[in-house]
Design a protein around this ligand. Structure first.
Ligand code: ADP
Length: 269
């Protein structure tokens, strides 16, 4: 059996996905990027293969993507995360809905990608200048509130009344604004909901730059946060599709592309 690997070296997390010849997802692994991207990416791939009991030599083609994609020297090919995200999103939603717009929130950036009817990328917009509207912002908020980032969703849904307005446009100022709100006896629940709505408003502005076309797909680690999903849906006034494994869409797309590249390179006709 031949296997194909996609490695997404993100600023915050490394995602490794493995597919078979039929482009079916066989396994995946998510680990922190740390400071040694190459070392951790190699380690993640090895750990995933060990867990699946698959020999490294059966992985016949590897495609790397993401912020640190060029650091993974063993990759047969590297591609942009926009292309890999689009391929992965279409495949993850296949049979469920046709994706025309992708929202991706990563550790240190956020993107909106517009696709044509064939799934090709026709436009994208990116925010990588400001941490507000990224996973990093959620990490800082969680830390200040002494919560885990995975707890934020529960707090969001326990908030009662109108979510608090977080007005600061910069993560650093937002941090002091949040501390001020805590000092003024606002509940953690209302602050969390306010943070989610402030991110949602930014994301809607970003999506409007490429045009809002349904169906809309949301991925990246923060898509695991159902409270944030709820806020974005309310701000958009539309439902969004969340895949089963939102954080690995881009690595899954890279693995799918690995199958195509392998077939192309080994075509004997
Ligand atoms: P990148 O590709 O840029 O490294 P990811 O798409 O992996 O980024 O997203 C990383 C972010 O995902 C983290 O900064 C964190 O805020 C968020 N995240 C990770 N796990 C969870 C979780 N279980 N619940 C909510 N958010 C999460």
């Amino acid at each position: 059996m031949k296997y194909f690997a996609g490695i997404d070296i993100g600023s915050t997390a490394i995602k490794v996905a493995l597919v078979d010849e039929n482009k079916q997802l066989i396994g995946y692994k998510i680990s922190a990027s740390g400071s040694m991207f190459y070392k951790y990416a190699k380690q993640s791939l090895k750990e995933m293969l060990d867990q699946l009991n698959i020999d490294e030599k059966d992985v016949v083609y590897t495609v790397s993507t993401g912020y640190g994609r060029k650091l993974f020297k063993e990759a047969d090919e590297n591609i942009s995360e926009i292309t890999a995200n689009a391929i992965g999103a279409r495949a993850a939603a296949s049979g469920k809905c046709e994706i025309k717009t992708i929202i991706n929130i990563g550790g240190q950036d956020s993107k909106a990608i517009s696709l044509d009817d064939e799934g090709n990328v026709i436009n994208f917009a990116m925010n990588d200048r400001c941490a507000a509207g990224t996973g990093k912002f959620l990490d800082v908020v969680a830390m200040n509130l002494e919560l885990e980032v995975s707890d934020l969703s529960d707090y969001h849904f326990k908030s009662e009344g109108t979510p608090l307005a977080i007005n600061s446009t910069c993560a650093v100022f937002a941090e002091s604004e949040i501390i001020g709100l805590l000092g003024n006896d606002h509940s953690v629940e209302d602050i969390v909901a306010g943070v989610h709505y402030s991110i949602a408003k930014r994301i809607v502005k970003l999506v409007k730059r490429v045009g809002i076309k349904e169906n809309i797909y949301f991925d990246g680690g923060p898509a695991l946060n159902r409270g944030l999903v709820h806020a974005i849906e309310n701000e958009l006034g539309k439902q969004i599709f969340i895949p089963e494994f939102p954080q690995i869409t881009t690595s899954f797309g890279a693995a799918i592309l690995a199958v195509d590249s392998y077939i192309y390179e080994n075509c004997t006709e």
